[in-house]
Design a protein around this ligand. Structure first.
Ligand code: AMP
Length: 220
């Protein structure tokens, strides 16, 4: 968990790679549907473009279907889901039925002003989904992706990373998503990691440390 631009996508991908489990980003799934112009893509685009959350039932249905796939049998990393107490309650019900308790909720802490600065410089690769930051984590190829197999694919700015939309996303985050921290803290699964002022690699070291010390890290 974390505000938009806190580094959820970057850290979630690293965790998934390091632990050999799928990375499930509801934002990525929705963006793919928009790109492919599916029925779901057309439904969610209006919400995403203005920085609002898509309706809970759409987000929950997507996740429920995704985690039922075989590659999730040994675990998975959820990125950007749940984003409301209602979504968290629905997830809890699904996980109970599947007899898969939620292991850990990692919350990346970053101040709003740093978020606005970060997001205006964020760029992504439209082909492989790699995330760069022109200020803090620039690609080695100037304006193109530097991941093997992708080089020279020009990076793009997400539609919802424009400043006005970022401020709206932050407002929605504080109003609807932040209350989830209390929800997970009282269940003893929440751990906070400072996501500020460090490189993605340094934040990942802290993340791996709390994962390794999970039992001590998650105190109600
Ligand atoms: P993200 O890539 O996680 O920043 O998500 C981008 C956008 O997708 C959000 O601003 C929402 O409009 C939508 N979205 C992603 N995940 C969810 C979710 N769990 N619930 C509702 N909307 C979501």
């Amino acid at each position: 968990m974390g505000a938009p631009g806190a580094g959820k996508g970057t850290q979630a991908k690293r965790i998934a790679d390091a632990h050999g489990v799928p990375h499930i980003s509801t934002g990525d799934i929705f963006r793919r549907h928009i790109e492919e112009d599916t029925e779901l893509g057309r439904q969610v685009k209006q919400y995403m473009d203005c920085g609002h959350l898509v309706p809970d039932e759409l987000a929950c249905a997507i996740v429920e279907r995704r985690i039922a796939r075989q590659d999730c049998a040994d675990g998975y990393v959820l990125d950007g889901f749940p984003r409301s107490v209602n979504q968290a309650q629905q997830l809890e019900r699904v996980l109970e039925l599947r007899e898969e308790p939620l292991t850990m909720v990692i919350n990346l802490l970053v101040q709003d002003e740093e978020i606005v600065e970060r997001l205006s410089a964020r760029r992504t690769c439209p082909k492989c989904g790699a995330i760069f930051n022109l200020k803090f984590n620039p690609p080695r190829n100037g304006g193109a992706c530097d991941i093997a197999g992708c080089s020279q694919v020009p990076l793009v700015q997400r539609e919802d990373d424009k400043e006005e939309t970022v401020r709206e996303r932050l407002r929605v985050y504080h109003e609807t998503t932040e209350p989830l921290l209390g929800y997970y803290s009282s269940r003893g699964v929440l751990v906070n990691v400072n996501g500020e002022g460090s490189t993605p690699g340094e934040v990942f070291e802290k993340v791996e440390e709390v994962i390794a010390n999970r039992d001590e890290a998650c105190m109600p």
